[in-house]
Design a protein around this ligand. Structure first.
Ligand SMILES: NC(=O)c1ccc[n+]([C@@H]2O[C@H](COP(=O)([O-])OP(=O)(O)OC[C@H]3O[C@@H](n4cnc5c(N)ncnc54)[C@H](OP(=O)(O)O)[C@@H]3O)[C@@H](O)[C@H]2O)c1
Length: 242
């Protein structure tokens, strides 16, 4: 029988749009105590207002995941406002149109790797000690199939996503004896705003067959609902047509 997520404290990083937004909303609808964070405060407010119309509440805090001190602050404020963190969903991520090696610059490389990978480490470092002390915690990272297979998403994006897989698996090996689970979810194409930053946006026909962000949110929820004895270290969720 799945564990209820009701009253669990869930921190979602990258919750202002796409997968993170739908994950924060879905967990809130399931009765979790959710902290939704990203940089765009107005998007977070819009999410909060939209859930309020459904009779649901959710806390928000604007923070830049690329800043380690802001991630420490986010973890502290989440604990103060909601209690000890049971589940972290790291859904922040970015890419750029100038992603080919011909166009990539060191600034772009640093930015992409910092948001997609370093930021995951920063927020993990901020939440892990309390989870370890309690002997429980679930760390769910949204990576990509681009971290598993070669594609044209760019060297910085692919390296950062492969790195995220490595981060998640390394943490699991070290922390499983402390009751901490990690799951790295690798989605295929999802119809979200990140696709606006592709050199060429997928066609309407392709987008119609793509995953929707709520599909990945449902995947994260299913993982989070597993009993403490069960762990899914890594999984793919891809459009059926692929
Ligand atoms: N869409 C796809 O096809 C696809 C496929 C596989 C994997 N993914 C991965 O899924 C994750 C979510 O992306 P998405 O598809 O949902 O795209 P999205 O709608 O663009 O969402 C990206 C989220 O990351 C946040 N973010 C970006 N930089 C941030 C920063 N410095 N600090 C805090 N938050 C930051 C954004 O919020 P702010 O801009 O407000 O900060 C936004 O909430 C990404 O890691 C992406 O690589 C997407």
């Amino acid at each position: 029988m799945p564990v209820t997520i009701e009253n669990q404290v869930v921190l979602v990083v990258g919750a202002s749009s796409g997968i993170g937004r739908e994950t924060a909303a879905l967990f809130a609808r399931e009765g979790a105590r959710v902290m939704a964070s990203a940089r765009r405060q107005e998007r977070l407010r819009e999410l909060q207002e939209s859930l309020a119309r459904e009779g649901r509440t959710l806390e928000t805090l604007a923070a830049d995941a690329a800043d380690a001190s802001q991630m420490e602050h986010l973890a502290e404020r989440t604990r103060e406002r909601l209690g000890e963190i049971d589940v972290l969903v790291f859904a922040a991520g970015t890419n750029v149109p100038d992603r080919s090696m011909k166009r990539l610059t060191t600034d772009i490389w640093d930015m992409v790797v910092t948001v997609n990978l370093n930021a995951a480490y920063y927020i993990t470092r901020a939440v892990l000690p309390a989870m370890r002390a309690r002997g429980a915690g679930h760390l769910i990272y949204i990576a990509s199939v681009s971290g598993l297979f070669a594609d044209v998403s760019g060297a910085a994006y692919q390296a950062s996503k492969r790195g995220l897989l490595g981060l998640a698996h390394a943490i699991r090996v070290e922390e499983k004896e402390n009751g901490i689970r990690t799951c790295v979810i690798c989605p295929g194409l999802v119809d979200t705003e990140i696709l606006d930053r592709r050199p060429v946006k997928p066609s309407a026909e392709t987008l119609a067959k793509a995953l929707r962000p709520e599909d990945v949110a449902e995947t994260a929820l299913a993982v989070a609902k597993l009993p403490a004895r069960a762990c899914v270290p890594e999984m793919q969720v891809v459009p059926t047509y692929l």
